[in-house]
Design a protein around this ligand. Structure first.
Ligand SMILES: Nc1ncnc2c1ncn2[C@@H]1O[C@H](COP(=O)(O)OP(=O)(O)OP(=O)(O)O)[C@@H](O)[C@H]1O
Ligand SMILES: [Mg+2]
Length: 429
């Protein structure tokens, strides 16, 4: 019934299943297994020696892993125990080595990469704890398990607190040893796969950024050409009211697309680390005035007052003027976008080594569940403004990155229905 590669794996899994259900001791012949007719690796029912059919749910029979790639260092000052454990594990298919003291284990761990170290705790000289300490201090990525005598359960608990994955009691019970070591090996394999996936994902992300920057860069010039021709036609005039209306719509769309493409370009430059800041001596109050002036008409249109409280002793700062202006523009634009018949207050003040800039509004506020992801590029949230103004949800992501490029921080406080306040700080130099 059980022979050959996959069948052998299935047999191993079934044995484990029986163990899990405390039926060790039963022979495999005592159980009848019913598999899914579509997927033969799924056992849907097991009839035990008592004749009762049990349905373990979709009990997936996994392919047994290749244990020969997993290196285990067995450490015990009692040579007999170390070599017995090592033999059992080799029979299971693992690659093992032995060390007969804490010192030897530390030496070996420093020389070679092991996936798992299974160490006795009480040894003369360096103990199992010392071995674990060494792994931690040297940041060695080896999974530690400990062997403990019956009397030293506290030792095992302490070891687990120190980061051991599991413990095995002495005298060693072979099925338990193999169960625990297989579980540890599965974890090692998963961890290895995870790190491989992470490297792949990083590569893909880089590719995406490169693609994004090439595409957005190449979209910019045709978009500005469209804008240029539309402006030319509008200036020329004589097109009739209806056609002018259509051209204005085209102009609007081309402008917002141009803005979006610029933002995408900024994001990809920020992510690839290409974006740099060009610091210059600048007057912070001048930057803020310039930004407020950009939005005065928009504020009046929505019946909003803008107040500027300049509490700076010295407005000179060393910043990338264009980037700080962009941060201010987005914060003030947002404040107006989400406020109607209200007040926007821009406050600038000195902190010890930093300056702080806050843009507060009395607008619609932000829902609490939205707050924590406002600055996150991977969970872009955006709502239309009080008059349905659209956005991409990228503005705050860019603000955060620009502020951080200056060595500063940005945060938000908001109450739904009452308003929001965005504050950022940047070092003076
Ligand atoms: N002052 C504010 N009041 C209320 N909600 C805000 C405020 N500022 C930001 N938000 C919320 O955060 C979201 C993200 O803002 P962000 O500036 O990143 O993007 P956007 O304004 O929607 O688009 P973009 O800035 O790219 O044109 C907004 O859509 C809005 O839901
Ligand atoms: Mg915005």
């Amino acid at each position: 019934m059980f022979s050959g590669g996959d069948e052998k794996n299935i047999f191993v899994e079934i044995c484990r299943f029986i163990e899990y259900h405390n039926r060790a001791g039963r022979r495999k012949q005592d159980f009848a297994f019913y598999r899914n007719w579509q997927s033969k690796n799924t056992v849907v029912g097991i009839r035990g020696p008592d004749g009762i059919m049990r349905r373990p749910g979709a009990f997936q029979l996994k392919k047994a892993m290749d244990r020969s790639g997993i290196k285990i260092l067995v450490v015990d000052d009692e040579e007999k125990i170390a070599s017995r454990v090592s033999k059992i594990l080799e029979r299971e298919g693992f690659a093992t080595e032995c060390a007969y003291s804490g010192e030897e284990a530390i030496y070996k761990l420093g020389k070679r990469a092991y996936d798992i170290v299974l160490t006795d705790l009480n040894m003369p000289g360096k103990s199992g704890f010392d071995v674990m300490n060494y792994l931690q201090c040297e940041k060695i990525d080896t999974l530690a398990l400990v062997l403990t005598g019956y009397a030293s359960v506290e030792g095992a608990i302490q070891a687990i607190k120190l980061g051991a994955y599991d413990f095995i009691k002495k005298p060693i019970d072979v099925p338990t040893l193999s169960l625990i070591m297989n579980r540890a090996a599965e974890r090692v394999v998963l961890q290895k796969e995870n790190s491989k996936n992470l490297v792949e994902l990083k590569k893909l992300n880089e590719l995406k950024n490169e693609f994004l920057s090439v595409v957005s860069h190449d979209l910019r010039s045709p978009l500005s050409t469209i804008g240029g021709y539309v402006n030319f036609l509008l200036k020329k005039g004589g097109l009739g009211e209806k056609n002018e209306k259509y051209l204005l719509i085209i102009k609007d769309i081309a402008e917002s697309l141009y803005d979006l493409v610029n933002e995408l370009l900024d994001i990809s430059k920020l992510e690839t680390g290409i974006m740099q800041i060009n610091r210059e001596e600048a007057d912070l109050s001048e930057i803020i005035h310039a930004s407020i002036n950009n939005f005065l008409l928009l504020a009046v249109d929505k019946n909003n007052d803008i107040e500027y409280l300049n509490k700076l002793d010295n407005p000179r700062v060393s910043v990338d003027r264009m980037k700080i202006l962009q941060v201010m523009n987005n914060l003030i634009n947002n404040a107006i976008k989400f406020t109607e018949q209200g007040k926007i207050t821009v406050t600038v003040e000195d902190l010890d080594t930093h300056v702080s800039v806050a843009v507060a509004d009395t607008g619609v506020g932000i829902r609490p569940e939205m707050m924590e992801n406002l600055f996150n590029a991977y969970t872009l949230h955006q709502n239309p403004g009080t008059r349905g103004e659209k956005g991409s949800g990228l503005g705050l992501v860019i603000c955060k990155r620009f502020v951080e490029l200056h060595g500063g921080t940005i945060r938000v406080a908001s109450e739904e229905g009452r308003g929001s306040s965005f504050q950022f700080t940047i070092p003076r130099s």
